[in-house]
Design a protein around this ligand. Sequence first.
Ligand code: NAP
Length: 280
Amino acid sequence: MEYIELGRTGFKVSMIGLGTWGFGGFSSRDDRLDQEQISTLRESSRMGITFIDTAEMYARGHSEELVGEAFKENREEVFIATKVSPEHLSYEQVQKSAESSLSRLKTRTIDLYQVHWPNPRIPIRETMRGMERLVKDGKVRFIGVSNFSLEEMNEAQESLAREEIVSNQVEYSLLHRNTENDLLPHCQKEKITVIAYSPLARGRISQGVASRGEGWETLMRLSTKLGKTLPQIALNWLICHRNVLPIPKASRIEHLEENADSTGWRLSDGDYGLISRAFS
Ligand code: NAP
């Protein structure tokens, strides 16, 4: 596994993370696969995938509970990123949500606390005041946002008195490249990490179900030439971009292994260009 600095924090995290939307259920709690999913989480850190992304919203908090259970004995092995929901962005609600997440995660500090989506009905200044309070109290290490446009992210940064926005989590994959227009260049310039969610286009980029046409054919050709799978090429294409950290969700161990092996090598400039054009 390779490791990169998160934002300008001086703190290193794994270059590929693990998304946990679907661990413990999606919009409601489902505890039927708890033991398998706890094993997957522990296996991920053994493979060096130490950046774990969750949210209070996932499975109504049960995803955070599984992360907490998985790492209660080895908390220092992982970097835990969670999110506060858009309906909880008032100063008081941010404190309350963080306390609940800390308790579900069985930890004293959330490494990265992200605003899940902007909420135009609550002034970002108030939310950021709440976030800074959490940092001051030692309950949160770093502040991030998610699904923020460039303008919204700048406004969030301007609302902070002492801290910096270290990351913006947005959808980014071969099939979803809007972030390249303005957000990615800005984040690269300012050293803000772009956490790429749905990096496998929710599983569509895998053997047999990638998009049709030129992109698909190019991926298949490269897969044969390089001896890499389609997800590995898609994830490697993402990490070819400076400051980008993809967080594929993988509940199957073989997927986790495959994704871990998407680091440690790089597409050549030529192959990178071929893929970029085929999916433009
Ligand atoms: P994704 O990571 O693009 O795709 C996940 C799907 O791909 C799962 O079905 C998974 O299968 C499959 N998969 C993973 N690795 C594979 C491999 N090597 N070969 C074949 N299939 C593979 O989609 P996502 O879950 O939407 O996004 C990832 C994470 O981003 C989420 O879990 C969440 O943490 C975050 N997210 C954030 C937001 C936000 O608003 N901030 C929104 C969406 C997602 P198995 O599970 O069966 O292994």
